[in-house]
Design a protein around this ligand. Structure first.
Ligand SMILES: NC(=O)c1ccc[n+]([C@@H]2O[C@H](COP(=O)([O-])OP(=O)(O)OC[C@H]3O[C@@H](n4cnc5c(N)ncnc54)[C@H](OP(=O)(O)O)[C@@H]3O)[C@@H](O)[C@H]2O)c1
Length: 239
C-alpha cells in the first residue's frame, strides 16, 4: 500500500543505489521516487518508468541545481567513489563536498529524513583518508539537524559489481569463501540487505532522531522486514 511520501535517491546508478531503488519499487510504500545523478539511465521496466523521475545535474555546480532536490520527504544518499578511481582529492570532493552539499540542499528543500550511506570504521579523527572523510561527512551532516538522520556503516559490500575493481573483487572472493560463511555480519554486507534495511527504516517508528547503524543493526533491520514478510505469508497461508 502506497503512502503519500516521496523519496529521493542520489547515487542511484551505483550498486547500493540500484539495490535500494529496486527495494523501494517492490516495497511500494513511496508514491514516487526521484532519482538525481550526473547521468540518466534508460529504464525499460514499466515499474521503473511509472514510479521514478530522473533529474540530471552537475555536482560541481550543485548550488545551481537546488530545485533538483525539492519535492521529497526522504533522501537516500548512496553517492561515493574510491581513492583508486578518483585520487585523494577526487575522493574528498565526492565523499565530502558533494555528499555534504547534497544534504545541505535536501535540508533547504524541506527533506525530513536523511539517510546517509557511510562506512564501517568512519572516524573524523582517523589518520587514514577513507575513514576520516567518511567521519567528517557524518559530523557535518549531523550538525544540520534533520528531523531524522540515519547513518549506515556497512562492511564490505557483497555484490557482483558492474564496474571492474580487481582488488575489491579479490577481497570479496576471499571473504565470500571464508568470513561470509562463518560470521556473515562481521566483515560483509550483502547489497540487498543494505537496500532492504534502508527502505524499511523509513517506515519504522520509534527510532532515534539521529542513529548510527553498524553492520549488525543493518542486518537486524533487514531481518525485521523478512520476518514480517514470513509472518504475513504465514497468516495468508493460515487463512
Ligand atoms: N564498496 C564497499 O565495499 C563499501 C563498503 C562500505 C561503504 N561503502 C560506501 O557505500 C556507498 C555506496 O557504495 P557503492 O559501492 O554502492 O558505490 P558505487 O557503486 O561506486 O556507486 C557510486 C555512485 O556515486 C556516483 N558518483 C561517483 N562519483 C561521482 C561524481 N564525480 N559525480 C557524480 N556522481 C558520482 C556514481 O555515479 P556514476 O554511476 O555516474 O559513476 C554512483 O551513482 C559509498 O559511499 C561507499 O563509500 C562502500
Amino acid at each position: 500500500m502506497s503512502t503519500d511520501k516521496i523519496a529521493l535517491v542520489t547515487g542511484y546508478t551505483g550498486e547500493t543505489g540500484k539495490a535500494l531503488v529496486k527495494e523501494l519499487i517492490s516495497n511500494n510504500q513511496f508514491k514516487k521516487i526521484i532519482l538525481v545523478g550526473r547521468r540518466k539511465v534508460d529504464y525499460t521496466d514499466n515499474k521503473y518508468l511509472e514510479k521514478t523521475e530522473q533529474r540530471e545535474i552537475d555536482f560541481d555546480k550543485i548550488d545551481d541545481h537546488a530545485e533538483a532536490f525539492g519535492g521529497a520527504d526522504v533522501h537516500f544518499s548512496c553517492l561515493g567513489t574510491t581513492r583508486g578511481k578518483s585520487g585523494a582529492e577526487g575522493f574528498r570532493r565526492v565523499d565530502y563536498d558533494y555528499v555534504v552539499g547534497i544534504a545541505r540542499l535536501a535540508k533547504q528543500q524541506g527533506c525530513k529524513h536523511f539517510h546517509l550511506v557511510s562506512s564501517q570504521g568512519a572516524n573524523e579523527n582517523s589518520y587514514f583518508l577513507y575513514p576520516q572523510v567518511k567521519g567528517q561527512s557524518e559530523a557535518a551532516i549531523t550538525k544540520m539537524s534533520f528531523d531524522r538522520l540515519s547513518i549506515y556503516r556497512p562492511a564490505v559490500l557483497m555484490v557482483d559489481r558492474a564496474e571492474s575493481r580487481t582488488l575489491e573483487r579479490l577481497a570479496r572472493t576471499i571473504l565470500s569463501y571464508t568470513i561470509q560463511r562463518i560470521a556473515p555480519e562481521w566483515l560483509t554486507t550483502p547489497i540487498d540487505v543494505l537496500g532492504r534495511a534502508m527502505c524499511l527504516n523509513s517506515f519504522t517508528k520509534d527510532r532515534p532522531n539521529v542513529e548510527i547503524l553498524d553492520n549488525h543493526a543493518i542486518f537486524r533491520l533487514a531481518e525485521q522486514q523478512s520476518n514480517s514478510e514470513s509472518d504475513q505469508s504465514k497468516t495468508t497461508n493460515e487463512l
